[in-house]
Design a protein. Structure first.
Length: 363
C-alpha cells in the first residue's frame, strides 16, 4: 500500500489507516482478527482513544507482536495536566506498549477549550513532558471545527491534526489544510463516510447520516452499492493534500474494501474530478457554531448545512428529510438579530434561513 509523509514527523503512513472506534462492539477475538487483517494488508496507522470503549485494549493485543512496524495514535479527552497524565498512563497499559507514536488532544471544538488545554496546567503540558521523557514521539490535536484547529496549528505546538473531511464536508479545505501545509502539520482525516447532520455526534442521528446508505440521491452521487460508494468517497478524500484517512472499521470485509481502494488509488479520473466538482462560493455556512445558541432553539448551523446539501449538491430529498427531523423550524425565528453579529463570515443569516425554509417547502 502506498504511504505518505505525515508532516514534519517524517513518519511514512499508509494512505488509508484504521479508525478504532467501532471495534469496541466486537468480541476480543473478532476485533483482533480485524486489526491483524488490516496490518497484513499494509495498513500501518492505527487510531484509537480512551473514550472508544475497549478499542485500546483490542488494538494493543492485536499489534503487540508487530508494535515497531506500526504507528499508533491515541487521545486524551481531559483538559488538565493531572487528568491527562492519568489518561496517558492508562492508555500505555491498555495498548501494551511502553511508548506512543502520537498522543492527541481530543475534541477541541472551541477557543476556550483550546486555551484551557494549552495553559500551564493544561493537558498539552502532559503531552510535552511525556515527549521529553521519550514516552511519546509526537503531539496532535483533534476537533470538528476547522476554524479553531487553524488557531491551534498556528501555535506551532502540534505535529498532526485530525479533522472531518468528505465529499459533503469540505470546510477543512478552505483554511485548515493550507495552514497545516504551511506549518508542516500532518493532516489525518476522520469521518470520510459520514456527513454531519444536526448534531455533533452524527452516529446518533436518525434519519440517515452515512454516505454509505440507501438514500437514492447519495447512490446517484457515489455509486449503486456500498463498495462503490466507499470507493468514491475515499478516493475524493485521498485526492486532497492529506496524509491518511481513517474510516472506522469493524469487519474484515470493511478492511479489505478500504485496503483495495488505497492500493488501487493513483489519482482521480477526469470523470471523478467533474463528479466531485462543487462550487460552494463564498456565502456558505462554515459550521463554526458562533451564531449559536438561538433564543428560539433554532439549529441555525444545521439548517444552513442542509441548505448547502440542497443547493450545491442537489441532494434535495435528503435535505428536506433532515430539515423535517428538526424540532424548531425557521418559522420560529423572531428576527431578533442576535446571531448575525456573531458570524465571523458576515453571513446574512436571517435571509439565508428564510430562503432555506422556502426551498424545503417546495414540492
Amino acid at each position: 500500500m502506498q504511504k505518505r509523509r505525515l508532516g514534519k514527523t517524517n513518519l511514512q503512513v499508509s494512505q488509508v489507516g484504521f479508525g478504532g472506534t467501532w471495534i469496541s462492539e466486537l468480541s476480543m477475538t473478532d476485533a483482533v482478527s480485524v486489526v491483524k487483517r488490516a496490518f497484513d494488508l499494509g495498513i500501518n496507522y492505527f487510531d484509537t482513544a480512551k473514550l472508544d470503549g475497549d478499542s485500546e485494549e483490542k488494538i494493543g493485543a492485536a499489534l503487540q507482536e508487530v508494535r515497531d512496524k506500526c504507528v499508533i495514535a491515541t487521545k486524551t479527552g481531559s483538559r488538565t495536566k493531572q487528568e491527562s497524565l492519568e489518561d496517558f498512563k492508562s492508555s500505555l497499559k491498555r495498548l501494551k506498549t511502553d511508548r506512543l507514536d502520537i498522543i492527541q488532544l481530543h475534541g477541541i471544538d472551541d477557543e476556550k477549550t483550546l486555551a484551557k488545554a494549552m495553559c500551564t496546567e493544561g493537558s498539552l503540558q502532559t503531552c510535552k513532558e511525556a515527549r521529553k521523557q521519550g514516552l511519546v514521539d509526537f503531539i496532535g490535536i483533534t476537533g470538528h471545527k476547522p476554524r479553531v484547529l487553524v488557531k491551534a496549528v498556528e501555535t506551532g505546538e502540534f505535529d498532526i491534526v485530525l479533522v472531518p473531511l468528505n465529499v459533503l464536508t469540505r470546510q477543512a479545505l478552505e483554511d485548515l489544510l493550507p495552514a497545516a501545509k504551511a506549518h508542516e502539520v500532518g493532516v489525518i482525516v476522520m469521518k470520510p463516510l459520514s456527513a454531519k447532520t444536526s448534531s455533533l455526534i452524527t452516529c446518533l442521528y436518525n434519519p440517515s447520516l452515512s454516505l454509505v446508505s440507501d438514500e437514492p440521491e447519495l447512490k446517484t452521487l457515489l455509486g449503486k452499492n456500498s463498495d462503490s460508494m466507499v470507493d468514491n468517497a475515499l478516493r475524493y478524500v485521498l485526492s486532497q493534500d492529506v496524509a491518511t484517512v481513517i474510516p472506522g472499521l469493524k469487519s474484515i470485509h470493511e478492511v479489505e474494501t478500504v485496503a483495495k481502494v488505497a492500493k488501487q488509488y493513483a489519482g482521480l479520473t477526469v470523470r471523478e474530478k467533474n463528479l466531485f466538482s462543487f462550487n460552494l462560493g463564498e456565502n456558505f455556512c462554515r459550521d463554526c457554531g458562533q451564531c449559536m445558541p438561538c433564543p428560539q432553539n433554532i439549529n441555525i448551523a444545521a439548517i444552513l448545512r442542509f441548505q448547502t446539501l440542497y443547493e450545491v449538491y442537489g441532494l434535495k430529498v435528503w435535505a428536506k428529510k433532515l430539515y423535517n427531523g428538526l424540532e424548531a423550524k425557521v418559522d420560529n425565528c423572531t428576527e431578533c438579530g442576535i446571531c448575525e453579529p456573531k458570524c465571523p463570515y458576515n453571513l446574512s443569516i436571517a435571509s439565508m434561513l428564510k430562503k432555506a425554509d422556502s426551498e424545503f417547502h417546495q414540492k
